[in-house]
Design a protein around this ligand. Structure first.
Ligand code: FAD
Length: 426
């Protein structure tokens, strides 16, 4: 049995390792056009800022793959022939498979802006983008970042670390307010401005202007304002990379359509991670998950499905994400929508310095969501409160123990609980 895996990101790798555990004798080939070895994509910014070397972002020693009999192939897949179970490759001719996992990740969105293909204009997704950024930053003084979100703020921080002044163009009224509730979103606005970065809200990109030599010299916004810049970062979100599947008989929607065992409509072909869209029968919206830990979990379950483990189904568990807005660390547990539902009660505490905050959401007396900004709480503890449907009283009693900020950091739990209790009593 030969399993081919397209993509050596966290999803492909987690699947390969699981298959090897369950099927010691199967042949596994993992193909990637981007890199010889798996590395941590979220660490791209740290490589650029000099905090980590590329080799430190590889979670496994190079010898790991040979020891585990996982063959690595550096190439781009150009076509999936589902009928003949064959992959067409860019450098090598082709590769036959018995089972296939597509784990091709995401792609940076481009919306057909005039000038989007000029030199100096780029997304931030992979090592090719990183290499391009080193070039594009040479001699640059100003940059424009199109779109808010998590990758946009990382891009800005990277540029700022090289004394390039970034200005965000954000379509919304407030930073990432299609995801963050108003207060958290405003904290990010304040921080961006406090750190001296440009932030233009309710502003969209109209055109990227050519300097006459095919390179960007500035952008024009929908307010007809010209902004001088030598670099433009396109960070208006990512979309599942379904290029290969779209050109084949594999069904796609926004992502590659799969069931809860990551099976596509084609026998022996699976898809998981950022590129997959899990069909939620009878529901309006399917499930797309585009973060690191879900890629890891999905890859593991896909590996079990591929290996033939019976009754394997993916359990997305309780939603969790963590990120950083410049210096502001952010953790979210459960599904907290930007606008509270009528059935929810939201308690929100923010320090007057705008650098620390916590939101606790309850529904029918049980905790359903927690947002933390500028504080560090233990993942396992917060997740268990939601899973075990704990009451607010229980959370208040245990809030101090959930904090795992370093020893000499100021603790705010007493303040937080005092405010929340006062609000509840009112
Ligand atoms: C800059 C940045 C920062 C991020 N930070 C965070 C974070 O802090 N926390 C978090 O949870 N998530 C973060 N993410 C998201 C996270 O990295 C992704 O969710 C995760 O990498 C998805 O894993 P994946 O294996 O599904 O896909 P990917 O990691 O995208 O891997 C897909 C692989 O498939 C390869 N591939 C694609 N097409 C082909 C082809 N035709 N032929 C051969 N190979 C192909 C690609 O080259 C790539 O190596 C970040 C993403 C980016 C871009």
């Amino acid at each position: 049995m030969h399993v081919a895996i397209i993509g050596n990101g966290v999803t492909g790798v987690s699947a390969a390792i699981r298959i090897r555990q369950l099927q010691p004798d199967w042949k596994i080939t993992m193909i990637s056009g981007e890199s010889d070895y798996h590395y941590s994509r979220p660490a791209l910014m740290y490589i650029f800022m000099g905090h980590m070397r590329y080799q430190d972002t590889k979670p496994y020693e190079n010898s790991f793959w040979e020891l585990n009999k996982i063959d690595l192939l550096r190439d781009w897949v150009t076509e999936i022939d589902t009928q003949n179970k064959q992959l067409k490759l860019h450098k090598n001719s082709s590769l036959n498979f018995d089972k296939l996992l597509i784990a091709t990740g995401s792609k940076s969105n481009k919306f057909g802006w005039p000038g989007q293909d000029l030199d100096g204009v780029q997304g931030l997704y992979d090592l090719m983008d990183l290499k391009l950024l080193y070039e594009n930053c040479k001699g640059a003084k100003n940059a424009v970042i199109v779109g808010g979100g998590l990758i946009g703020v990382e891009f800005a921080e990277m540029l700022h670390s090289r004394n390039i002044h970034p200005t965000f163009l954000v379509r919304e009224k407030s930073y990432w307010n299609n995801v963050l509730p108003k207060e958290e979103s405003e904290m990010v606005n304040k921080l961006i401005r406090k750190q001296g970065l440009g932030l233009k809200l309710e502003t969209e990109l109209k055109e990227i202007v050519d300097n006459g030599n095919g390179r960007v010299k500035g952008v024009i916004t929908d307010k007809d304002e010209f902004i001088d810049c030598e670099v433009v970062g396109l960070t208006a979100g990512v979309s599942p990379n379904i290029d290969l599947a779209k050109e084949s008989s594999i069904n796609t929607g926004k992502g590659i359509l799969v069931d809860w065992g990551f099976r596509t409509n084609e026998t022996d072909i699976f898809a998981a991670g950022d590129c997959a869209e899990i069909i939620k029968e009878g529901e309006e919206r399917n499930l797309l998950q585009q973060v690191w830990y879900t890629g890891k979990m999905q890859g593991k379950v896909a590996g079990e499905s591929i290996s033939g483990l019976e009754n394997t189904t993916y359990d997305p568990g309780i939603w969790y994400n963590s990120a950083k807005f410049l210096d502001l660390e952010y953790q979210t547990y459960g599904m907290i929508m930007p606008k509270a539902k009528d059935s929810e009660e939201h308690l929100f505490w923010e320090h007057e310095n705008n650098l620390h905050a916590i939101r606790i959401v309850t529904e029918n007396g049980s905790v359903t969501g927690i947002n933390v900004m500028g504080l560090r709480y233990k993942h396992k503890v917060c997740e268990s409160w939601i899973r075990e449907k704990r009451s607010l009283e229980y959370v208040f009693d245990n809030l101090k123990e959930a904090n795992f900020d370093p020893e000499f950091y100021t603790r705010f739990e007493e303040d937080i609980i005092r405010k929340f209790k006062k609000e509840q009593a009112a």
